[in-house]
Design a protein around this ligand. Structure first.
Ligand code: GAL
Length: 417
């Protein structure tokens, strides 16, 4: 059979356009700037570049993303949002409802996201039933990180209840160390406070206060007791605490200047980056009084609608890579978190990650004890979260009574709902 030259030419051109990779660009907004965080996100950059696409890094420093969110809003308002941004929890819904986010259903279907993601994770990634974000990890928030050497020198034991916590803190302080390494920033105050609420009131109470925003629970004696306990933290922090970044506080524990830190397991990323081993150089334990409970914080990259087809393609490639077992393993080993895939091989992970996974699975199966973190945007809108941050931080930095804090919190939450 003979083909005319022009038909042959068309056929060749067609075949080429199918196989040729069109390089696109993904601009990624995030706030992962500490040593371990930068190492973690670099993994995605390398993988995206290995696929022939360009990575445009848009890092905005500031723990928990307060600054990054402000920058994202101004970029979106001017009609020029980045291809992707690390946004989480209900914030994903807010952007989705405004019509900014791209539909990832085809990537999700081709890669079986519904089968490999736990329902609690998948739910957060969807807006109106459609995937609009890709989850990178699950962080557990209610952790305590301890320096065993400092505990030993102080004759203190790792606390398993709030009462034991204050006993240990007294001993560490008396031995001349900073007992609690704390960074005085609103989100860090809130991170500690919500763990205390969980310890004092349990997970059902936590749910009423931070998820259901139940006025009675917010105004209860249990809440007052939580503020009383929170106040005690102040006796054990150092004068350099105000404004301190979380990773600087972690470094105090790593170096043996402080006994412990209350922080999500991104802190473990810093221990790992400093070549410290769990059980030997540092100890991970549930925040005192919250063993068997899990406050979760899921990091995710939401995808914004793209005008350029090549960039949209690059964005989909990135979404696919994020869920790949290889990315999940390397990223989470660096980040301190656990992978999102239920079929992930956990053998490369350390004992803290194993404990986290075990509690995550047990609480999700039991339908009890797995709670979304308020401090990390998983349980409420950003408006309610902001109202809570304000009261918690004002209380911590003034002589406001616990009674007044409870009243103020109840009123502010109501106004923000
Ligand atoms: C959290 C975030 C973590 C970590 C931390 C400190 O909100 O989920 O990935 O980056 O802030 O910045």
């Amino acid at each position: 059979m003979k083909f005319s030259k022009s038909i042959l030419g068309l056929a060749i051109a067609g075949a080429m356009s199918v196989s040729a990779v069109q390089a696109g660009e993904v601009e990624v907004l995030h706030w992962w700037t500490s040593g371990s965080e930068a190492r973690s996100i670099a993994v995605l950059k390398q993988m995206v570049e290995a696929e022939g696409h360009t990575w445009k890094d848009f890092a905005v420093a500031g723990g928990a993303g307060e600054n990054a969110y402000t920058v994202l809003r101004s970029r979106a308002v001017s009609g020029n949002p980045p291809a992707s941004a690390q946004i989480k929890g209900l914030e994903i819904q807010e952007w989705g409802d405004l019509g900014f986010l791209a539909n990832l259903d085809d990537v999700a279907a081709a890669n079986h996201w519904d089968d490999v993601l736990p329902p609690v994770v998948a739910k957060v990634m969807k807006n109106d039933g459609h995937y609009v974000a890709a989850p990178v990890n699950v962080h557990r928030v209610n952790w305590l990180w301890a320096n065993p050497e400092v505990f030993k020198k102080a004759g203190a034991k790792v606390p398993t209840s709030l009462d034991e916590l204050w006993v240990a803190a007294d001993k560490i302080k008396a031995a001349g160390y900073t007992a609690i390494a704390h960074g005085g920033q609103p989100w860090q105050d809130a991170t500690t406070f919500e763990s205390i609420v969980l310890a004092v009131g349990g997970s059902d109470f936590f749910d009423k206060v931070f998820v259901k925003l139940d006025q009675k629970a917010l105004g209860s004696d249990t809440m007052k007791e939580s503020f009383d306990q929170f106040r005690k933290v102040k006796q054990y922090i150092d004068a350099g605490s105000p404004g301190r970044d979380w990773n600087v506080a972690t470094a105090m524990v790593i170096k043996g200047e402080a006994g412990m830190q209350f922080m999500g397991d991104w802190a473990k990323g810093e221990f790992t980056a400093a070549n410290k081993a769990p059980g030997k150089d540092f100890i991970c334990a549930a925040f005192p009084g919250t063993d068997g409970e899990f406050t979760f914080n899921i990091d995710s990259l939401a995808m914004f609608k793209q005008k350029n087809a090549d960039n949209a393609e690059a964005q989909k490639v990135m979404a696919k890579l994020i869920l790949s077992p290889k990315f999940q393993e390397t990223f989470n080993l660096n980040k301190g978190s656990i992978p999102v895939r239920i079929d992930q091989d956990m053998s490369p992970f350390d004992s803290c990650a194993e404990a986290s996974m075990k509690t995550f699975i047990a609480t999700s199966k039991a339908g009890k004890g797995l709670e979304p973190s308020m401090a990390h945007g998983m349980s409420t809108t950003s408006t309610v979260q902001g109202a809570m941050y304000d009261v918690i931080t004002e209380f911590f930095n003034s002589d406001m009574s616990s009674e007044d804090a409870v009243k103020k919190l109840t009123r502010s939450v109501k106004a923000a709902m």
